[in-house]
Ligand binder design. Structure first.
Ligand SMILES: Nc1ncnc2c1ncn2[C@@H]1O[C@H](COP(=O)(O)OP(=O)(O)OP(=O)(O)O)[C@@H](O)[C@H]1O
Length: 281
């Protein structure tokens, strides 16, 4: 074995005249033959091959590359080592008033390649909201017709109004390689977990304290006294669902940017995962 390696390493021609070795048949770590790089045989062979590589301070970079490729028996591939990450479905949820819309609005401004699914809702438009951007504002009848035609991934009646996620948008943007962001309440997240299982990334937004959450809701001035009471009581129950999520992000008073950065880091980490999630809608 030892002699055969030495013989095969003797080449009288200069490296620039040597035929280029064949491209390796493996291009990603996932398809590497098991144990190839760690056998003692390979290590021994490499030691012998040092003699065939020109001195580092005399040879040019192309000459060195060619010699190294020849010694290893295959040319270096410039293909990406990492496979393209699968598109993610990121579900952002949390109690009413925690800042889901605020976080998503900012995320939209600072990150590319994300598609924020515009939810269809039967609730009335709030000041400053834009139809087709914040929500698709539809009548109750129109909403129920979408349900009938199975056009929604998930829908729910939330505080007397319907909210639902159109499937078509998700399919279209996943096909373009975009990550999908869904904004749902806790009830919606529960349903989505049943539909998506571990193929979705579930992020739970919380305020730093119950008091901070209530203050935020009061300051928003979009709810009546009765509505406020219902939302706060519901929020008390909802925080107990945190364990059903993959990540929890604190959106603290005046620290929206930190929350947005953390969500961004979660997305980056998910994209870098070796075992990718594979959502299918
Ligand atoms: N980190 C923060 N610091 C201060 N104010 C914030 C922060 N995040 C959000 N807010 C404000 O808190 C209020 C509630 O936020 P937002 O409407 O985004 O909550 P939400 O979770 O989407 O609520 P809902 O589920 O009821 O629609 C808004 O007035 C928003 O501007």
């Amino acid at each position: 074995m030892f002699r055969r390696l030495c013989t095969s390493l003797f080449h009288p021609k200069p490296f620039s005249l040597l035929p280029l070795p064949k491209k390796p048949s493996f291009s990603t770590p996932q398809t590497l033959p098991k144990g190839l790089f760690f056998t003692s045989t390979i290590r021994m062979a490499n030691t012998q091959k040092f003699h065939s590589i020109p001195s580092l301070d005399k040879a040019s970079k192309p000459e060195l590359l060619r010699a190294l490729e020849f010694s290893l028996g295959s040319s270096f591939s410039s293909d990406s080592i990492c496979p393209t990450p699968n598109p993610l479905i990121i579900v952002i949820s949390g109690p009413s008033g925690v800042g889901k819309d605020a976080v998503i609005k900012r995320l939209r401004e600072v990150r590319e390649n994300l598609h924020f699914v515009v939810t269809a809702t039967s609730r009335g438009m709030r000041p400053g909201e834009v139809n087709g951007k914040d929500y698709y504002f539809v009548s109750k009848e129109e909403f129920l017709s979408m349900v009938e035609k199975d056009e929604l991934l998930e829908y729910a009646l939330v505080y007397g109004d319907y909210k639902g996620i159109p499937k078509k948008q998700i399919r279209e943007f996943m096909a373009k390689g975009c990550d999908i962001v869904l904004r749902v309440d806790i009830q919606g997240a529960e349903t989505l977990r049943k539909i998506l299982g571990d193929s979705g990334v579930f992020i739970f937004l919380v305020a730093e304290s119950e008091l901070a959450l209530v203050e935020r809701l009061i300051e928003r001035k979009t709810e009546s006294k009765e509505e406020l009471l219902v939302r706060i009581a519901t929020a008390r129950e909802e925080v107990k669902y945190v364990n059903r999520f993959d990540y929890v992000v604190v959106n603290a008073q005046g620290k929206l940017e930190e929350a947005v950065n953390l969500v961004g880091s979660i997305i980056d980490a998910e994209r870098a995962k070796v075992c990718q999630r594979s959502p299918f809608i």
